[in-house]
Design a protein around this ligand. Structure first.
Ligand SMILES: [Fe+2]
Length: 171
């Protein structure tokens, strides 16, 4: 039955042409949703760092964080649209995603640019670790959704390398 847009309040699923059963789609969507929340949270943290970094390396860090942000936002969109393709509503509101994210909150106030890089590199590492854990399960459920996660990991792990190269943290 076709619902008119004004009747959709509270609806979280829709007809999909993806040939996977509802239970499988629900589990995939929930794994993708967890990563989406962390990508949104991390996007906000990147801007927090972009705006509040100070010190000798201000300009380099300020510009690098926007490069990471562009890629993070692009992949957040891909992940969200994969959930939509599965016929399931996506949650992208700041309050809800912030509550669900497992990333450490980012400090408030001005910070030295090197400290900003270090704090973001740590949170980036956590996001990528969680994403790999979910990717392993996605591989068992749906290669197409796993592919979205792999593409994300390929780009973001590269950005994480470049951020780590700046902080030169020992392994
Ligand atoms: Fe800016």
């Amino acid at each position: 039955m076709i619902k008119r847009a004004e009747d959709l309040k509270g609806t979280t699923t829709m007809l999909t042409r993806v040939a996977l059963d509802q239970k499988t789609r629900d589990e995939i969507a929930s794994l993708l949703q967890e990563t989406l929340g962390e990508l949104i949270d991390f996007s906000l943290q990147l801007k927090q760092g972009h705006w509040n970094c100070v010190g000798r390396h201000f300009r380099d860090v300020h510009l690098q964080l926007d490069e990471i942000l562009a890629s993070t936002r692009e992949h957040a969109d891909e992940v969200a649209e994969r959930i939509a393709a599965l016929g399931i509503a996506t949650e992208g509101n700041a309050g809800t995603t912030a509550k669900a994210s497992k990333l450490e909150p980012f400090p408030s106030g001005l910070m030295d640019a090197d400290a900003v890089s270090h704090a973001l590199a740590e949170r980036f590492g956590a996001l990528l670790k969680h994403a790999r854990e979910r990717q392993a399960r996605l591989g068992e459920l749906d290669a197409v959704s796993e592919d979205v996660m792999i593409a994300m990991l390929r780009d973001l792990e590269k950005h994480a390398w470049m951020l780590n190269a700046r902080t030169a943290d020992k392994a």
